[in-house]
Design a protein around this ligand. Structure first.
Ligand SMILES: Nc1nc2c(c(=O)[nH]1)N[C@H]1C(S)=C(S)[C@@H](COP(=O)(O)O)O[C@H]1N2
Ligand SMILES: [Mo]
Length: 450
């Protein structure tokens, strides 16, 4: 194919893609949009390997090694700057997506534990990290008020002694997880798949507290409040204050959590007490929880209404403006999977012909029915072994093996299907201005003998 100058030493294809993606696309794909013959060889040269299944690469699709940066560097010689890594006591080197407010993602290959250790949990701040509570955390107060018969003000000490403690493994996922997959790009932190954790939380059921307060017939919605200051420092503004339908508040797995993995909750994750609302957007899981307001009408706090945590009912034109008036609040998160033992950009020794793969999959309020993996750009899929969740709302382990016919460049594609039969799509669907619900099939690039 004419016009391809991938090998020009002064400017690699990777640099070209970084500086001028449109021109790079034109050079690679030409007018017919197919990567064939000479173009395929040229891309192979840029990757430093042949692409054994290259002819199965769908038209218009760029190899993942070029399309997305490697989490750990070293992807086929790509000229990329390393990610900005978190340096915080008690935390792993998460990838920083934003500093003000602090937002840090966990690369998929750090999420290999059945129960996510506290240091590997992603961080999502909307405001400032509050000062730690001085003195005995058992003196922290939580108020339950609004449409209740008896408003309550309870210390954590009282909560622990009056109500039964339960321990559950619960997935907690940011509503924007997967956002980077949207095209055109949307506002907000450009999450890959790493805004997910499955910690072992101990706490009391929110419904036990609500029953102690006595819900009025008018109790239909919650509003959540925390102690973290707004980014501006203005004491009259909340960093975030979201709420949900009362049915979710009464779910037996919605917890007022006091401990994570048997330890006090780390400060940045909401010490000494937070909500855990599993399967729904993480923004509902209020950290540094101070107050729950029971309401007759939907909550109107920061992060409610408009296009915030809301998705279109009928698809809108990608990239179009919309005030979100007809949108609905995002509730159950969509099905998603991660690959936890092979990092994007991994090089394997020449001659490697089989590869063990494993990860996790989850599906909001639902369970996962199947996980499939392909190493030939989606032509053939192999079903993986899938474990049952440890308890309701825990993620599910998947594992299996793939066969590699030769050395060269491959991509591991993995996709989950939920209990309703919904499968991760090939491209992020239902585009919305703030980028919620993107869950396309993931692609991890590997190089055998390069
Ligand atoms: N008080 C408070 N609670 C909060 C937030 C916040 O900024 N302040 N962020 C929310 C969002 S958007 C998410 S995704 C989760 C992230 O929890 P984590 O940082 O413990 O992983 O907390 C939620 N609870
Ligand atoms: Mo979030």
């Amino acid at each position: 194919m004419p016009g391809i100058r991938v090998g020009r030493p002064e400017r690699s294809i990777h640099e070209l893609y970084q500086d001028d993606p449109e021109r790079a696309d034109a050079l690679i794909w030409g007018r017919r949009g197919a990567l064939r013959g000479a173009a395929l060889a040229a891309v192979g040269a840029a990757l430093g390997a042949t692409i054994p299944f290259g002819r199965r690469l769908p038209e218009g699709m760029l190899p993942a090694a070029l399309a997305q940066p490697a989490a750990s560097g070293g992807s086929g010689g790509a000229a990329q700057q390393g990610p900005n890594l978190l340096r915080m006591e008690g935390k792993a080197p998460l990838v920083i997506l934003g500093e003000r407010p602090l937002v840090a993602e966990t690369p998929e290959h750090l999420l290999d534990d059945e129960v996510t250790p506290a240091d590997k949990m992603f961080i999502r701040m909307n405001g400032r990290i509050p000062d730690p509570f001085p003195g005995d955390p058992r003196a922290w107060k939580l108020r339950i008020e609004g449409e209740v018969n008896t408003p309550l003000e309870l210390t954590l000490g009282e909560i622990e002694t009056r109500f039964p403690l339960v321990t559950r493994r619960l997935q907690m996922e940011c509503g924007g997880n997967g956002r980077a997959a949207f095209s055109p790009q949307t506002r907000g932190n450009q999450w890959g798949n790493g805004a997910i954790s499955c910690g072992e939380w101990t706490g009391v059921r929110l419904r036990d507290l609500l029953r102690a307060a006595g819900l009025k017939d008018s109790a239909k919605f919650t509003g959540h409040f925390g102690a973290d200051p707004h980014l501006s420092g203005d004491p009259n503004r909340a960093a975030i204050s979201r709420g949900m339908r009362i049915e979710k508040a009464l779910d037996e797995d919605t917890l007022v959590a006091l401990r994570l993995n048997g330890q006090p909750i780390p400060h940045v994750h909401g010490a000494p007490v937070r909500l855990i609302v599993p399967g729904w957007p993480g923004s509902l899981s209020q950290k540094w929880l101070t107050r729950i307001l029971i309401r007759a009408t939907p909550h109107d706090g920061a992060g409610m209404g408009g296009t915030s945590y809301r998705v279109p009912v009928r698809p809108i034109v990608p990239g179009s403006r919309n005030d979100g008036r007809d949108f609905v609040d995002m509730e159950s998160m969509p099905v998603r999977s991660i690959l936890t033992n092979v990092a994007h950009g991994t090089r394997l020794p020449a001659g490697t012909r089989t590869l063990d793969v494993r990860g996790f999959a989850w599906a909001g309020d639902h369970t996962v029915r199947a996980v499939h993996v392909s190493v030939d750009f989606g032509a053939r899929w192999t079903e993986m072994q899938l474990s049952a969740p440890a308890n309701r709302y825990a993620w599910q382990r998947w594992r299996g093996q793939v066969t590699l016919p030769s050395d060269g460049y491959f991509e591991i594609w993995y996709r989950a299907t939920d209990s309703e039969g919904r499968m991760q799509p090939h491209a992020a669907a239902n585009w919305n201005p703030q980028g919620y619900g993107a869950n396309p099939i993931s692609r991890v690039a590997i190089l055998v003998g390069g």
